[in-house]
Design a protein around this ligand. Structure first.
Ligand code: 3H9
Length: 708
């Protein structure tokens, strides 16, 4: 028996009960040792005296799935499918006792047992789709036999975790135990099996629900259309559904074969590689040096300065986390506006059914208060300034905050571009200052850039990460520079998009290319949503500050000057009729752009979709590389996570630097060198990119060496 699985027999009044325990911390993943141990335990039980077995996990969870770290390496026998078959084929019943989570291969193992009991807090699911895979050990064939194909399709294509009480209703498990000890729950159920002489019940033999759907093409087509709509270019949801449909259309053994073929297809796909990169990057991004040396400070009360869009969104995200927040505005009128903004978001939550009126009132009245007196921040553990994006305004506010904040309070600025060192320098406590860059709408968007300035104390940085966790956000560590990680990269690819338009490509073709790459919207649609007047104001500021480089936004200035500010004015790059959020292309915009081109003497050359994306991505990757090279991002994976959670980069492409690795850094560099011939200022290759190509390494080698 392997060390990861133990086998013992408990003699009970009801008879002998075998207990098979899995012990493979942290999450009992079904790695080789577990599979071997289960295979051995199954044989032992088959030959032994016990009449029933309980399969249970030790530690915090039942099996959380196959061991993802083994993917891509040669598979060591026995495979999980073989172990699962052996359990199901037994002639004596096995009861699976679930706590924590039974996910992926974990639930598949549970489905091969003859009965399933779970503690109340347990959750089950087949989340392989989120890794670009499908359940490859019989899950797509067994789950529909318990729930019917529509429910199985929903669970498998979404990957959601199903809470135990719902799993009971859906027929996935047989009982929910009131206690919290899975072994006790399993033994209680096993005694029932013995006393009631409950038979071996094999999931694969339960045919009724799948036969009910056999040949129902209309249902299959409807399911296919639904999945295609949601999948947006992602392959795994579509193949998950095909495997589920096979459970209705084919006998069990053939269905399993079909599942295996589709599983192998996904295993070989770049989407699987990208999504597994994201799975590990999600878990690595929070591992930063300050969390090793620093200790988070308390986060019991917060103050937010500013009640505009950002201030109210930040306030609401803290209210959602149960934190009392005092919002501070400069006068009574602005304070009233701030309250209105917060209440509008809360009311919207009630309207959408996210919470009820009583909860809304508790957040608005008990946890939230607003004041026009800055000294009201005196008892806050953390103060977040979310005022107008202007250095002088911020410096003035930080001087005032410094006067009133209590000792040890964390002082944060929600600036999206400005220098945190400069802001910190006006206080007598620069060690307590950091940047917390939220993304709009702040109560929805999951990204939080945690900007660690030169003198930020590790405890303060650690508090930023603790806040991210509390708000259920993804904290990414960033260094100080104009735009930090995300906006600095954004500026580069938006500029590139503007250059392409000025040189002859239609803005609508750019949006189309970016959409078909997998983004939810293109850069010009995004401009319309954000407001073209905002970019216009920023460009004005930059020009006043002596901005250099090729200027390609004349046509955008022209649009803004014509009052085409985007969705809010019904016209921007697109026309929005009758308040619609879906814009239509406007020939007048193409006219304006072509006018600007001829004034500048540009002979337009329109690029095809592939070239558009090569340029767009190369701009993003080159700047990402520079950001890593300068230490603004700790690792390439921090750049990936930033672009995934804050800027709509398609998750199944892994983030820009993983994408670069997958197409090959030598190819990206060759593209940049080619573009450099026409525009050497914009396209200077990042030194890190050049070095990695020379060394035959890639961004992931840097991730790995940083995480060692
Ligand atoms: C599958 O099953 C395929 C089969 O259908 C077919 C086979 C033929 N493997 O998330 P946490 C690590 S595909 C290896 O921070 P939590 C994780 O990296 C699998 N490692 O904890 C982390 O390591 P570190 C389908 C894994 O409490 C540590 O465990 N299953 C695996 O917040 C703690 O993880 C899934 O997709 C794994 N399967 O959440 C479930 N899982 O400390 C994936 C975790 O070094 N797992 N690790 O950073 C999860 O969703 C969450 O981990 C879970 C716990 C909810 C279980």
């Amino acid at each position: 028996m392997s060390e990861a699985v133990s086998y013992e027999v408990v003699s009970d009044e009801a008879g002998d009960i075998a207990v098979i325990s899995i012990d493979n911390p942290p999450v009992n993943a079904a790695s080789h040792a577990v599979r071997q141990g289960l295979a051995d335990a199954t044989s032992k039980f088959a030959e032994g005296s016990a009449n029933v077995a309980v399969l249970v996990g030790k530690g915090r969870t039942f099996i959380a799935g196959a061991d993802i770290r083994e993917f891509g390496k040669p598979m060591q026998a026995p495979g999980l499918g073989d172990v699962i078959d052996a359990i199901e084929n037994l002639d004596k019943p096995v009861v699976c006792a679930i706590h924590g989570t039974a996910l992926g291969g974990g639930l598949e193992t549970a489905l091969s047992c003859h009965y399933r009991v779970a503690v109340k807090s347990a959750r089950v699911g087949l989340p392989e789709v989120l890794l670009g895979l499908l359940p490859g050990a019989g899950g797509t064939q067994r789950l529909p036999r318990l729930t019917g194909i529509e429910t199985a399709a929903e669970i498998i294509t979404s990957g959601r975790h199903v809470p135990a009480p719902e799993a009971l209703k859906l027929g996935i498990i047989d009982a929910v135990d009131d206690g919290d000890d899975p072994l006790t729950a399993g033994l209680t159920f096993a005694r029932r099996v013995l006393s009631e002489n409950m038979p071996v019940r094999r999931t694969r033999e339960l045919e009724e629900k799948v036969l009910a759907a056999r040949g129902n093409q209309a249902l299959f087509d409807e399911l296919r259309a639904g999945v295609k709509r949601k999948a947006k270019g992602q392959l795994s949801p579509q193949l998950c559904l095909e495997a589920v449909i096979a459970s209705a259309e084919l006998p069990f053994a053939e269905g399993l074969k079909r599942e295996r073929e589709l599983f192998m297809e996904l295993m070989a796909s770049p989407q699987r590689e990208a999504l597994i990169h994201v799975f590990f990057a999600d878990r690595q991004v929070g591992k930063v040096p300050e969390l090793e040396t620093g200790t988070p400070r308390p986060l019991d009360r917060a103050a937010v300065i500013g009640g505009g869009t950002m201030g109210s969104g930040i306030t609401v995200s803290m209210l959602f986390a149960g934190m009392p927040v005092t919002m501070i505005e400069r006068d009574e009128e602005s304070a009233a506006c701030g309250r209105q903004n917060v209440e509008r978001i809360l009311d919207d939550g009630v309207r959408r059914g996210k919470f009820d009126q009583a909860h809304r009132d508790r957040l608005a009245n008990d946890l939230y208060s607003v004041s026009s007196d800055i000294s009201a921040l005196a008892d806050a553990d953390i103060v977040i300034e979310a005022a107008f994006e202007n250095m002088e305004v911020k410096k003035d506010l930080f001087q005032q905050i410094d006067q009133h904040a209590k000792n040890g309070a964390v002082l944060a600025s929600n600036t999206s571009y400005l220098n945190i060192n400069e802001i910190a320098s006006v206080t007598g406590r620069p060690q307590d200052v950091l940047g917390l860059h939220f993304f709009s709408p702040a109560h929805v968007m999951r990204l939080l850039e945690i900007v660690v300035a030169d003198r930020t104390d590790p405890d303060v940085a650690a508090t930023g990460f603790a806040l991210a966790k509390k708000l259920k956000k993804v904290g990414v560590r960033a260094g100080v520079c104009d735009g930090f990680i995300g906006n600095r990269i954004l500026e580069r690819y938006l500029s590139q998009a503007a250059y392409m338009v000025e040189d002859g490509t239609s803005p609508y073709d750019i949006d189309k290319a970016v959409l078909s790459f997998g983004y939810p919207m293109g850069p010009n649609q995004m401009g319309d949503l954000a407001g073209l007047d905002i970019g216009y104001a920023n460009r004005k500021r930059k020009r006043e500050e002596g901005w250099e480089g090729r200027y390609a936004a004349d046509y955008m200035d022209r649009l803004a000057e014509l009052g085409r500010h985007g969705q809010k004015t019904g016209r921007g790059f697109y026309i929005y009729e009758d308040g619609s959020r879906v814009g239509k292309p406007d020939p007048e915009v193409l006219e304006i752009i072509s006018q600007v081109r001829s004034e500048k003497g540009i002979t337009p050359v329109a690029l095809d979709e592939e070239t558009i994306m090569r340029r767009y991505m190369a701009a993003m990757i080159n700047e990402g590389a520079r950001i890593v090279e300068e230490g603004i991002a700790l690792r390439p994976l921090d750049v990936d996570i930033t672009m995934l959670y804050g800027y709509g980069f398609p998750r199944w492409r892994g983030g820009p630097l993983k994408y670069a690795d997958m197409i090959g850094l030598d190819k990206v560099l060759a593209d940049i060198r080619e573009f450099e011939k026409d525009d050497p200022v914009f396209w200077k290759p990042a030194q890190l990119l050049v070095d990695l190509v020379e060394r035959g390494e890639n961004f992931d080698s840097l991730n790995k060496s940083a995480n060692r």
